[in-house]
Design a binder for this molecule. Sequence first.
Ligand code: PBG
Length: 346
Amino acid sequence: MTHERSPFAPDPATRPDMTDILRGRRMRRNRRADWSRRLVRETTLTVDDLIWPLFLIDGDKLRQPVEAMPGVERLSVDEAVRDAEKAAKLGIPAIALFPYTQPERRDETGSEALNPDNLVCATARAIKKEVPNLGIIIDVALDPYTSHGHDGILHGETIVNDESVEQLILQALIEAEAGADVIAPSDMMDGRIGAIRQALDAKGFTDVQIMSYAAKYASCFYGPFRDAVGTSKTLIGDKRTYQMDPANGDEALREAELDIDEGADMIMVKPGLPYLDILWRLKQAFAVPTYAYQTSGEYAMIRAAEQNGWIDGERAMMESLASFKRAGADGVLTYFAPFVAERLKR
Ligand code: PBG
């Protein structure tokens, strides 16, 4: 037989004594059957972990596909109410609203953000009326409203911090007035959490929560989102003077510490999967409600690979979300939310 001539032919002298080596330490025992795997499972993804981001657009009975995000659409107010009803029916605790602002309503300072009847505010009011028990989260940042696509106010080539914060405070108040349960500052200006908390309290919105984008990185994974809200073509330069350097981890601890100190009720890490180490560190360090944002780019990658037949999309969805739970997340903002909720029901 040929294998006898092989240098790797079985040799009784080198046959391992597995009983001796393992001495009872067989990790596979717990994995051998489904009931046992369920019994030793450390984390579980439930519908209570999901926050569903919705894109909004002017119009009536309009559902407009977002090209790079198969399965995601921009919704007119009436259709957003419909999806809010769907969210409630599925048991999803909260939605997050993001507007596509018509180009003619964008300007240098993002003044449309201060229009009490702007798209997010109108939608929040409509949803609160029809689905009062669904949590509504609204971003605070000027990028959907500025002609240059930045989250703050631009003077020359500089995003000016303190003046931007003044504008963000007014935006937060208008959103709270419209019915936002949670204000989510995503702008990364310094001091905005404290300033917004103070203003909300002064105006009687003491119960409005703040979810801070505490560690938000200057990332390429926001690409499809910027298409969805129409800022990818308008954005001048990049956001590296206010969003974090992807190379940094300790800095995220400082950012989160400041936001918690200034009054954040919940903190978020964004993007998600490439920053699981940050999520883990923040949850370990502060033990406050901590969320991950599975960004548009992460969603697009899974969908694209699925459409090419290169990956099992549904399993990738479930596995990626399980990893957030394992890393310590209390919940995840994800465009997969309705798909996961339906999957969990089966
Ligand atoms: C706005 C904002 C962005 C996202 C959430 N809020 C984009 C950005 O900062 O450029 C990204 C969400 C996603 O990619 O899914 N400041």
